[in-house]
Write a protein that binds this ligand. Structure first.
Ligand code: SF4
Length: 396
């Protein structure tokens, strides 16, 4: 059972589902969910084709409620992207720069620490991902993490996507395992799930040629789990993939989770297109985003948390997603480049009170959590001091 989860959620779900009547064509899905049988590829594809989004959303929400009642989680974090210089050029990426680009940057360790210091009094997590820097080996990142932990011991470092780990290992002539051990021992607390895109090598060849293969992504996460490093997993949808490939992606993640139980959270988010990157891709509609969130909840019966990533979805859809099976909206973030360069206009100035308001607007109870969901409590905003009324002398 995951932290924050109801004991016996499966039998609770069974009771909740049987307390409702469902359209006949959902009998198979409801039966499987009630008895804990994982949904198949055909089940998932059928849900993508269904024109009854309302029922899909209702079932997904019951699954979420059986596990977490009406709690919804968030944390207090900051994103610092250590460099935008990248040796790859994934087609969907608006963030990376070539080394000689005018706006290429690399944060030296002192700059990074200085940046983090501005937020350190308020955050308990720093989330750091970046480009594949041509020279930074594992020693650079070890030094960075050691310095951060020495200065800010209570801040959790969630950093480096699978492809960054692969790149660092290769530059350092180490195996993935040796690299992760060195990073973990220097202070790395968990891996974010970025870079999964769609776990289909045909799709990857077109949208992110040169990136780690599907099996490499899964192997790197598996190795992390075996070393006690929890990770998240993601899915970038809305580029060129089919519904079958989306569902197959979820099943690959589910199968790895069956053997390692190291994924905390699944984060599906749509590609934010513009005219230059993958011009054939269309911006996912709000209902498509909600459908993917709901289907993720239904397919991934062994991953506790489904995140509606506010930085990508924006506040309005993230709030709605809490009614479609999501139970997490990520964090305060405060500083974010990757999604904003791709076109997101999600606000960056939200504090805990504003996040809690977003959660309560969706009818949920706001729970502030740490990165790995081991500590969490209901967030109750402190009453604001009453404003003093200014007495003005008015000549009338
Ligand atoms: S997605 Fe990551 S690996 Fe791909 S180009 Fe962008 S920064 Fe580089």
């Amino acid at each position: 059972m995951a932290a924050g989860e109801n004991v016996n959620w499966q039998s609770r779900l069974s009771d909740m589902l049987s307390a409702h009547s469902w359209p006949e064509n959902f009998d198979n899905i409801v039966e499987k969910l009630s008895t804990g049988i994982p949904l198949s590829l055909d089940d998932g594809v059928g849900l993508f084709k269904s024109n009854d989004l309302e029922t899909i959303g209702k079932i997904a929400n019951l699954v979420k409620e059986s596990r977490f009642s009406n709690k919804a989680f968030f944390n207090v974090n900051v994103h610092i992207n250590q460099t935008n210089i990248c040796t790859l050029a994934c087609k969907f990426c608006a963030f990376r720069r070539g080394r000689r680009a005018k706006d290429a940057y690399q944060l030296e360790i002192d700059d990074y620490v200085e940046d983090l210091r501005k937020y350190s009094a308020h955050v308990d997590e720093v989330h750091s991902v970046g480009g594949l820097h041509p020279e930074w080996t594992v020693d650079h990142y070890s030094k960075l993490f050691t310095t951060v932990k020495r200065e800010f011991p209570s801040i959790h470092i969630k950093a480096l996507t699978a492809v960054e780990v692969k790149h660092i290992a290769s530059l350092s002539n180490l195996t993935i395992k040796e690299t992760l051990i060195q990073l973990r021992d220097s202070g790395l607390g968990s891996l974010p799930g970025g870079g999964a895109e769609i776990l289909d090598d045909g799709v990857r060849e077109i949208i992110c040629r040169g990136k780690e293969s599907s099996s490499e992504y899964l192997d790197i996460h598996k190795t992390a789990h075996e070393l006690g490093i929890p990770t998240n997993c993601t899915m970038l949808f809305g580029t060129i993939e089919s519904n079958e490939q989306r569902v197959a992606h979820m099943i690959k993640i589910r199968e790895l989770q069956n053997s390692t139980n190291g994924f905390q959270c699944f984060v599906p988010y749509p590609f934010l297109p513009d005219d230059s990157r993958l011009p054939e891709a269309q911006l996912a509609t709000g209902s498509e985003v909600l459908r993917v969130i709901a289907i993720s909840r239904l397919m991934l019966n062994n991953i506790p948390h489904i995140k509606a990533y506010r930085m990508n979805l924006g506040d309005n859809i993230a709030e709605l997603a809490l009614q479609f099976g999501a139970d997490d909206i990520d964090g305060t973030v405060q500083k974010e480049s990757i999604m904003h360069l791709a076109g997101s206009n999600a606000p960056l100035d939200h504090d805990k009170v504003m996040l809690a308001k977003l959660v309560t607007n969706a009818g949920c109870v706001p729970m502030q959590r740490d990165t790995v969901y081991s500590r969490f409590e209901e967030f109750i905003p402190k009453p604001q001091p009453k404003r003093r009324t200014l007495k003005m002398a008015v000549d009338d």
